[in-house]
Design a binder for this molecule. Structure first.
Ligand code: URA
Length: 209
């Protein structure tokens, strides 16, 4: 079963309060989401492997460590996932970015891919699927399906806010995927919104409402 990590650093929780607040304007919302994404990137990269190296300081030789192992890939789910990409890139500037766009078929209610563009070496990378809201889990599961269909194996999920239903759904469909969230809220309402949540993340990021 995939683990769930709650990123409960005080700075993340403080900023999340203002992200939730309905009076926060588009500019501040966008900046706060960006800042929280940077802080969450710090948590999500906590377990990446290091290897030994030496450098010469002006004084002597120093035994040091550098990051080893797989390079990272960021996979935002369009469109709201875009709001967290730059924040993560501030800490991991060499990461490549792939995009996955999905819509819900109005008849089957199943997510359908409308845009997939991934780095050519995606299978060799450790991937972070990014979406601010993990609501039903439908898009997250479908995005991870897209990656696994293309033989990707090391996948983590990053969300600002998750519902218990969404977490359960992802854990059942993809038990190998760990989930990093800033908060787990109470429930999903009949319109598919997380309660208390923050409203529609895409609309609030892009000022479309
Ligand atoms: N997507 C959002 O943007 N907000 C929710 O509460 C649920 C899904």
């Amino acid at each position: 079963m995939g683990k769930v990590f709650i990123c409960d650093h005080p700075l993340i929780q403080h900023k999340l309060t203002f992200i939730r607040d309905e009076t926060t304007n588009t500019k501040d919302f966008r900046e706060l989401v960006d800042e929280v994404a940077t802080l969450m990137a710090y948590e999500i990269t906590r377990d990446i492997p290091l290897e030994k190296t030496t450098v010469k300081t002006p004084v002597s030789e120093a035994e040091c460590q550098i990051i080893s192992g797989r390079m990272l890939g960021l996979i935002p789910i369009l469109r709201a996932g875009l709001g967290m990409v730059d924040g993560v890139l501030k800490l991991i500037p060499a990461a490549k970015v792939g995009h996955i766009g999905l819509y819900r078929d109005p008849e089957t209610l199943q997510p359908v891919e409308y845009y997939v563009k991934l780095p050519t070496d995606v299978t060799e990378r450790e991937l972070i699927v990014i979406d601010p809201m993990l609501a039903t889990g439908g898009s997250a599961i479908a995005a991870i399906d897209v990656l696994k269909k293309r033989n990707c194996t090391q996948i983590k999920m990053m969300n600002l806010i998750a519902s218990p239903e969404g977490i359960r759904a992802v854990q059942e469909a993809h038990p190998d995927v760990d989930i990093y969230v800033a908060a787990i809220d109470t429930y999903l309402n009949e319109h598919g919104y997380i309660v208390p949540g923050l409203g529609d993340a895409g609309d609030r990021l892009f000022g479309t409402k």
